[in-house]
Design a protein around this ligand. Structure first.
Ligand SMILES: *Cc1c(COP(=O)(O)O)cnc(C)c1O
Length: 393
């Protein structure tokens, strides 16, 4: 594990630190796991290591089917491919999110329709979701933000009313709950990310999740270049062949080994993140009382995995000023998400120029992410809290 702490001694003025926004939790276990995969000699995907990690994830989070993939983006692509979208078909997703889901909809042949978020959890606003539904709507794709769930009961109610499938982008949501259910397994299909900025990492990687047998079978085929090789390996057919459109979405055994090590540290990672979240809440409460900022809101229905700690500042100008001040103190605090509806691609190709999503715009303008990862020491958290107090004095 690397230690980037500053060890300057005998200096009265504290030297500027270098605190990154996030850092993957890397320990000796990863090296041992990778060494053992390399020694076993099967490096391509879908071998015994992938299988064991898939079983573990499905057991830990009560998910029926878990298929490791090369990324969360790819798992979302698989989900969208299964919708068999026709030109003009629409999928509703928040504008306040990463580009993956919107790309997946486009690559699946559909059109993303951007809806509003709520000001508390920054997840899908169900009243606006209703407004977005049209005769061309084919699915709803909510996103869980920061490890806090979207209001899934409300989303599912609308989905049922209009008979629409729900695809959850749970990239940030592994090991977080909505009313006792693990994220990713609540809708018809879901996706996790193991990108190295997430809580549990394999470098690059993801998982496709579903509780529906038929979707799992189709996912196996899409993930395996459109062939029924899985059925062949199970002895269900005597040779394997091309049966559907697919791609190469299987995670390598080496990266599954990294993931296996991460799962052994799952409680260490969760506990440490929760503690850091608590220190921030405690240390910044007075600034919230003085209306200098707003702290994260975790509704009672949700148990967070504390993936992101995001505060809201009163305006974009103020956020940018504070962000710059944090940078000069060596703190990697950042904004999050240029709203998709105002991104150059959406404006030029999806005609979103005039779309008014005021909550999205105001959250994206005021949001500031603070460093949070297990190796972040209490004294570093205190340093960030002090820096914010100076910036907002
Ligand atoms: C990180 C992230 C993704 C992309 O995950 P990859 O594994 O890098 O493809 C998608 N959606 C959201 C909300 C994310 O945070």
């Amino acid at each position: 594990m690397t230690n980037e702490k500053n060890h300057t001694k005998n200096s009265s003025a504290p030297a500027a630190k270098n605190i990154s926004l996030n850092k993957p939790f890397v320990d000796e276990r990863i090296i041992d796991e990778v060494r053992s995969v390399l020694a076993a000699g099967k490096l391509s995907g879908d071998g015994s290591v992938c299988r064991s990690v898939e079983r573990q994830i499905s057991g830990l989070f009560s998910l029926k089917h878990v298929l490791l993939t090369t990324s969360c983006t790819h798992a979302l692509e698989m989900a969208m491919m299964m919708l068999d979208l026709q030109p003009g078909d629409e999928v509703i997703t928040p504008s306040f999110t990463f580009v993956s889901g919107a790309n997946a909809i486009l690559r699946g042949g559909g059109k993303p329709v951007f809806c509003e978020i709520t000001g508390d959890t920054f997840t899908m606003d169900v009243r606006d979701l209703e407004r977005c539904i049209s005769p061309r709507t084919k699915a709803i794709a909510p996103v869980h933000y920061a490890g806090v769930a979207a209001d899934m009961d409300a989303v599912l109610e609308i989905a049922r009313k209009h008979k629409l499938p729900v695809i959850e982008d749970a990239a940030q949501g592994m090991n977080a709950l909505y009313k006792g259910k693990f994220l990713g397994g609540i809708g018809d299909a879901g996706a996790y990310s193991f990108h190295d900025t997430k809580n549990y990492v394999s470098g690059e990687g993801g998982a496709f999740i579903t509780n529906t047998e038929a979707l799992a079978r189709r996912a196996e085929i899409i993930r395996e270049k459109g062939t029924n090789r899985e059925n062949f390996l199970r002895g269900e057919v005597d040779k394997y062949t091309w049966v559907d459109v697919g791609s190469s979405y299987i995670l390598s055994e080496i990266l599954a080994g990294v993931l296996r090590a991460q799962l052994k540290d799952i409680d260490v990672i969760q506990t440490r993140r929760e503690r850091i979240h608590g220190i921030y809440m405690e240390g910044l409460r007075d600034l919230e009382r003085r209306e200098k900022l707003r702290l994260p809101i975790i509704p009672a229905y949700s148990r967070s995995n504390y993936h992101i700690f995001a505060i809201l500042l009163p305006s974009e100008g103020e956020r940018n000023r504070v962000m710059r001040e944090m940078k000069t103190r060596g703190i990697g605090a950042t904004f999050h998400y240029i709203p998709l509806h105002s991104s150059p691609y959406a404006v030029s190709h999806l005609g979103t120029e005039g779309l008014a999503l005021p909550v999205t715009d105001s959250v994206a303008g005021g949001l500031l992410r603070l460093p949070i990862y297990p190796q972040l020491a209490d004294e570093d958290v205190a340093y960030v809290i002090d820096a914010l107090h100076s910036a907002l004095a």
